[in-house]
Ligand binder design. Structure first.
Ligand code: F6R
Length: 611
């Protein structure tokens, strides 16, 4: 949820820290702060974005070759300067940054208050820094031991980077359920919540595992468990290009990511589809494929956009492979005492692989003996490490807070999985299997054709930008697309939008329709075309503003609609991939025209690592 950066080495820390914060700002942007560390702590922090912090520091000293920094998505305590990280202990000995949540912070705060500690902020984080200091001073302990003792008392999730004035050339990084990556340079180390701030300096990294502590000086790093066992670090080379995390000439990351979809989808199926488009496999699932093929039931879990992809997965797997599928919000699944047993297969869908509810749900499923599979975009993420098997979506880093290319990559993987399962279960023929692969290989070009309509979509956005509400309707595969289109609009433009199955409109939402209500209807030529056409007529009769997504050459619905956006026919099972593109662009342009910050919408953060 929050973003952490740390640096220790031979160079000045400030630029690494501030640039790192900019790369992590998508994780939270309520406040930002930096501490430059030596035998004294230089701490700068402010409410708001990293650019504000930069302005604040402009004429201040930034000397120091060691430092930590933080960009916050507020959980405990409102976003203000006092609650911003880094947090210093009461006696000024320790300073730290924290990503995560401490569930028993109130008890610990009382414990420390009763022993004379005075707190400055309302955060759970200040409890950690004071607890470490309390043990350090009281127990005559080493810095390391004081940290270990304090960690034993914490309940919750944390990624922490800690410094102590008595050990000024040392940083301690520790992780439990909140990600931390350590980059290894020459006589220098980088620490961050993900690899984005690190890749421009080094590609050699260590993904810190749960309950591990790295004790880092500029010329050495030791890895120990929180219970003090010495461990050998596993160094990995990451394959992340700096261009992938730059805007590349686009005004916003979201627009860049929308336009990247032909490439990201190609990257998703590349290497998994045979050269002559007649074979397809998902290597990461090889070990669990027999279990998947024989599954009596599959449950797919996710949150937000990933849940919408999961819903498409349900439709495709049931229709093609004839395996019963249930789709669950991870947050509901984990608390509703679901019936899971060893025969179950659970598929968790997550872009970040760090969503707290999704991780908790897979842990519950694993504990019940189920086979757990991940569909995830971020290599090295918690989800990818905790599942029995999985598929990386290979969409590349998604920085815009509103998910776009990650969604289409997830749907691509689920469509591939549905067809592979169907082929193995003989519920589709070889001809149908090959036909699907051929249709899939054409999707990137078809998306290019939709992207070419950007200027037309922007003109429609001009007409809709001042509306307060919108309805999104679709049937079958287009119902999840309608949900996703509505989510995109509400999260970045703050226009209230709802997605519905088109036929459900008459069971309630139709009451909302008048001449002020835009209704976005996906009405392409498939078996429900006539039914959707009737729904369009129902909206027309009530003078709603109809924006129809139709196939090229459509006349019947186009004549009724106020605005149409044409998309190419792309095969029933893959049509969601082309139909979502105009909805992403429409939301993007409406939000920009309304003056909204599309990459960093209010109150949101890219990965939701708290419940
Ligand atoms: C919406 C969006 C969120 C995420 C959700 C799950 O645009 O991005 O709804 O889809 O928070 O995140 P992941 O996929 O990282 O588990």
């Amino acid at each position: 949820m929050c973003g952490i950066v740390g640096y220790i080495g031979k160079n000045q820390a400030y630029n690494v820290l501030i640039n790192g914060l900019k790369r992590l700002e998508y994780r939270g942007y309520d406040s930002a702060g930096i501490a430059l560390l030596s035998d004294k702590h230089l701490i700068y922090k402010c409410k708001g974005k990293v650019s504000k912090l930069e302005d604040l520091i402009q004429d201040k000293t930034t000397e120091g070759t060691c430092g930590i920094a933080h960009t916050r998505w507020a959980t405990h305590g409102e976003p203000n300067e006092v609650n911003a990280h880094p947090h210093e202990s009461m006696n000024g000995l320790f300073v730290l940054v924290h990503n995560g949540i401490i569930e028993n912070y109130a008890v610990l705060r009382k414990y420390l208050t009763d022993r004379g500690y005075i707190f400055r902020s309302e955060t759970d984080t200040e409890v950690i820094v004071n607890l470490i200091e309390f043990y350090y001073l009281k127990g005559d302990l080493s810095v390391e031991s004081a940290v270990q003792l304090a960690l034993q008392k914490l309940v919750g999730a944390y990624g922490l980077v800690i410094s102590c004035k008595d050990a000024p050339n040392q940083l301690i990084a520790v992780r439990k359920s909140s990600p931390l990556v350590i980059g290894i340079g020459t006589d220098e180390y980088y620490i961050a919540s993900d690899a984005a701030p690190i890749v421009e300096y080094t590609k050699s990294v260590i993904f810190l595992d749960n309950d591990l502590m790295a004790i880092i000086r500029n010329d050495e790093m030791r890895l120990i468990s929180v219970t003090n066992t010495k461990l050998q670090p596993k160094i990995e080379e990451i394959d992340l290009d700096i261009d992938a995390i730059e805007k590349g000439g686009f005004e916003h990351f979201m627009l860049k990511e929308i336009f990247e979809q032909p490439k990201s989808i190609r990257d998703t199926f590349r290497g998994r589809v045979g050269i002559n488009n007649s074979d397809m496999r998902l290597g990461g699932l090889a070990d669990v494929m027999p279990k998947l093929v024989a599954a009596e039931r599959i449950t797919i879990i996710g949150c937000g956009t990933s849940w919408h992809a999961a819903l498409l997965g349900e439709y495709m797997i049931e229709e093609l492979a004839r395996i019963p599928v249930e789709v669950e919000y991870a947050s509901e699944f984990r608390y509703r005492n679901p019936i899971i047993n060893q025969k179950d297969v659970i598929i968790a869908v997550s872009q970040s692989g760090e969503t707290a509810d999704t991780l908790a749900a897979i842990r519950l499923a694993k504990a019940s003996g189920a086979t757990v599979i991940g569909i995830c975009n971020v290599v090295g993420s918690s989800l990818s490490r905790e599942t029995d098997a999985g598929v990386f979506t290979h969409a590349g880093p998604e920085i815009g807070v509103a998910s776009t290319k990650a969604f289409t990559a997830q749907v691509t993987v689920l469509a591939m999985l549905a067809n592979i399962l169907a082929f193995h279960r003989c519920t589709i023929s070889e001809t149908e299997f090959v036909e699907f692969i051929q249709q899939l290989s054409q999707i990137p070009d078809k998306i290019e054709q939709v992207l070419a309509k950007d200027a037309h979509i922007k003109q429609i956005a001009e007409k809709l930008k001042d509306r307060q509400n919108a309805l999104y309707l679709g049937r079958g595969y287009f119902f999840p697309v309608a949900l996703e289109g509505a989510l995109k609009l509400k999260e970045i433009s703050y226009i209230h939008a709802e997605g519905y199955p088109a036929a459900e409109m008459k069971h309630g939402p139709i009451a909302l329709i008048d001449e002020n209500m835009p209704v976005v209807i996906i009405a392409t030529k498939d078996h429900s075309y006539d039914k959707v056409a009737s729904n369009v007529q129902e909206v027309k009769a009530r003078r709603g503003i109809i924006i129809a997504i139709v196939n090229e050459g459509d006349e019947f619905i186009s004549e009724m609609a106020d605005y149409t956006i044409e998309i190419p026919e792309s095969g029933y099972f893959l049509s969601a991939l082309t139909a979502i593109i105009p909805l992403q662009l429409l939301s993007y342009h409406i939000a920009v025209l309304r003056g909204c910050n599309v990459d960093q919408p209010r109150n949101l953060a890219k990965s939701v690592t708290v419940e």
